[in-house]
Design a protein around this ligand. Structure first.
Ligand code: IPD
Ligand code: CA
Ligand code: CA
Length: 305
């Protein structure tokens, strides 16, 4: 595909044209690996990695270094280059590895650029200035630069106009580490009951890109990393949305809590998080044993449950 349209060129981008070329080539490599099939290895109990993750990170690392030699690169598969640079790329070479490993065609490459100033301490965030997310299976290229809008395949995108959670389609994800310690299933249950539904599609970067282009009204997740979120945060904000923690504090690149939305339903989401964390308004979930008991009683009375 041609990476930028004439309309986008008029947007006068600085970093995105070259980063988009790198992402599209990285995506082509991912697609080739996907179609050929690759073996899966384990980084943790259910944390998967493949030769595609490593090969594509090496390609992106070398390509960014060639095009932006002064910029730092921080990648999921271990790249930590020029960490004191004024600009830093957060690279997820393959977001959606579990999908990829199972032949489920929903994954992407994500590149987010942060501008850092000398006063920042190592755990303070700089300003996100550029974002590229490419889905090679759908040939969808999401781009943003600060102040220049968010784009999908050459068209400006904007968040959804929906005003209420009850009319929203939303998304979440679940961590692959310390799964037993995570309460997200309760939030999943509650938001399912209060919305049109909750998707768990397996790529946080695409979830954020989908909020930016209005396919989803919101996305939340615990314990993401900056390579999952840097590009997606800027896309959502440039498309008119809002990103915060679960209590409305400013979002953080280390992404312990991410709540992204179209902005219009953000306060309602924050109120819901507050109530649920306080244990208010929870709809009890029947245990499997309780359900089995009700099912047996219903069968005995010749009725359905
Ligand atoms: C994962 C995906 C997934 C999210 C996980 C991430 P990976 O990234 O974004 O949707 O739920 O928390 O770790 O491992 O496929 O790059
Ligand atoms: Ca990821
Ligand atoms: Ca990854």
């Amino acid at each position: 595909m041609s990476v930028l349209t004439p309309q986008q060129n008029q947007a006068d981008f600085t970093w995105v044209p070259d980063a988009a070329k790198i992402a599209v080539e990285a995506g082509r490599q991912l697609r080739d690996f996907f179609l050929a099939g690759v073996e899966t290895e384990y980084k943790g109990e259910v944390d998967l990695v493949t030769v595609a993750d490593r090969t594509v990170e090496a390609y992106v690392r070398a390509s960014l270094a060639e095009r932006f030699p002064q910029h730092g690169v921080y990648g999921e598969e271990g790249t930590r280059d020029r960490m004191d640079a004024d600009f830093r790329w957060y690279v997820d070479p393959l977001d959606g590895t579990t999908n990829f490993a199972h032949g489920f065609p929903h994954f992407c490459v994500s590149l987010g650029l942060e501008r850092r100033t000398d006063e920042l301490t190592s755990d303070e965030d700089g300003q996100l200035v550029a974002a590229v997310i490419y889905d090679p299976m759908r040939d969808e290229l999401f781009l943003a630069e600060r102040g220049k809008g968010a784009w999908l395949n050459g068209r400006r995108i904007a968040v959804s106009p929906a005003k209420h959670l009850a009319e929203s389609l939303i998304a979440t994800g679940f961590p692959s580490r310390k799964r037993h310690a995570n309460p997200n299933i309760h939030f999943y249950h509650e938001f399912t009951l209060r919305s049109h539904g909750v998707r768990r599609a397996g790529s946080a970067a695409l979830d954020l890109a989908y909020v930016a282009c209005g396919r989803l009204e919101a996305f939340w997740e615990f314990h993401l990393n900056p390579w999952d979120t840097a590009a997606g945060f800027l896309l959502v904000e440039e498309a008119g949305g809002r990103v915060s923690t679960f209590d409305g504090s400013p979002r953080e690149l280390n992404s312990r809590e991410v709540l992204a939305s179209n902005g219009r339903i953000h306060d309602e989401l924050l109120e819901t998080f507050e109530a649920l964390f306080a244990g208010r308004n929870l709809d009890p979930i029947p245990t499997p044993a309780e359900y089995a008991g009700r099912r047996k009683a219903a069968a005995g009375a010749n009725r359905t449950i």
